[in-house]
Ligand binder design. Structure first.
Ligand SMILES: [Zn+2]
Ligand SMILES: [Zn+2]
Length: 307
């Protein structure tokens, strides 16, 4: 486990208990949350420069911010990711934010679409910059068909099409984890974004992904973005989180902010959820290495965003 480059001062909070008897108390910064899933205008559907996200994170009481814009593809691919030629600009923006923020850690990440036909490109991408972490996502389940794209909503209206969509989504999600390309796996049940779910117990869809996470040791994202979507729920569903906890899968709470005011959005709710399932720790990333830090007991509601 590595030390963070810029550790928060070791000041235990009033009344804070040491986690382990005989060990020094972990510092205040260790008991704070981070936000590693945020975007920039380079992906054409987000606003705010990395420095503004970092300032918002500091103001919200977070310990760290990480930028993770949508990954470039070798050639023009769709209209919601950074262009390949914009990657240097992205790296420069994050570096500028880092310098401007002094001791406040600004991490460099990327949200990569898992596309089974582009694995060599994703491997190449992992070498393109000194990433602190890589986030993997499944949006596309078929050529040009993204599960979170409202233009495809009419496709999932009947039960058999919806069942196919969910099966395909979860098959790819498990494959993505098995690829071992990513540190954090994003918005797990994104397929529910519009509130469309097959009937019955949905745990059968989660099983393969939980097994893959347990086998690889990689982290699952708990995303508050779903609260801002039609489904109005955190990703993943509580049942999946319970399975993840039982299997020893680590979690990271993220907002998937596409504007600075959504940094740390609804963290009180996310923290309450993960704690109620049993989680007591989360992960911090630097240079694609991670360390475990304790979760805070509560999070101020004031740190959530206002619409
Ligand atoms: Zn986005
Ligand atoms: Zn995202």
């Amino acid at each position: 486990m590595t030390m963070a480059r810029a550790r928060a001062p070791e000041i235990p909070q009033a009344g804070e208990q040491c986690l382990l008897a005989g060990m020094r108390c972990l510092g205040q910064g260790s008991r704070m949350l981070s936000d590693y899933h945020t975007h920039t205008p380079l992906c054409h559907h987000a606003e705010g420069a990395p420095l503004e996200y970092a300032q918002a994170a500091k103001a919200a009481g977070l310990a760290e911010i990480g930028l993770s814009d949508h990954n470039p593809m070798p050639e023009a691919f769709d209209d919601w990711r950074m262009a390949r030629e914009d990657l240097p600009r992205y790296l420069q923006w994050v570096e500028e934010a880092r310098q401007a923020m002094g001791d406040f850690p600004v991490r460099l990440g990327l949200e990569c679409d898992y596309l089974s036909g582009h694995l060599p490109w994703l491997e190449q991408t992992a070498q393109m910059a000194p990433w602190d972490y890589l986030i993997g996502s499944v949006h596309y389940i078929d050529d040009g068909v993204a599960v979170d794209d409202p233009k495809h909503l009419s496709r999932w209206r009947n039960a058999s099409d919806l069942a196919w969509m969910w099966e395909r989504y979860w098959q790819l999600y498990a494959e993505m984890i098995q690829s071992r390309l990513f540190d954090i796996h994003a918005h797990p049940d994104l397929a529910k974004r519009f509130g469309l779910r097959p009937a019955g117990d949905l745990r059968r869809f989660y099983e393969a992904s939980i097994e893959a996470l347990a086998a690889t040791g990689a982290a699952l994202e708990v995303s508050t973005a779903g609260l801002r979507k039609d489904v109005r729920e955190i990703y993943p569903a509580r049942e999946m989180l319970e399975m993840a906890f039982a299997a020893g899968v680590p979690i990271v709470i993220n907002s998937d902010a596409h504007r600075p005011q959504d940094v740390g959005a609804d963290y009180a709710q996310a923290l309450a959820l993960v704690r109620s399932v049993g989680y007591r720790s989360t992960l911090r990333f630097e240079g694609r290495r991670r360390r475990e830090v304790p979760l805070p007991e509560t999070w101020p509601t004031a740190a959530t965003s206002t619409p």
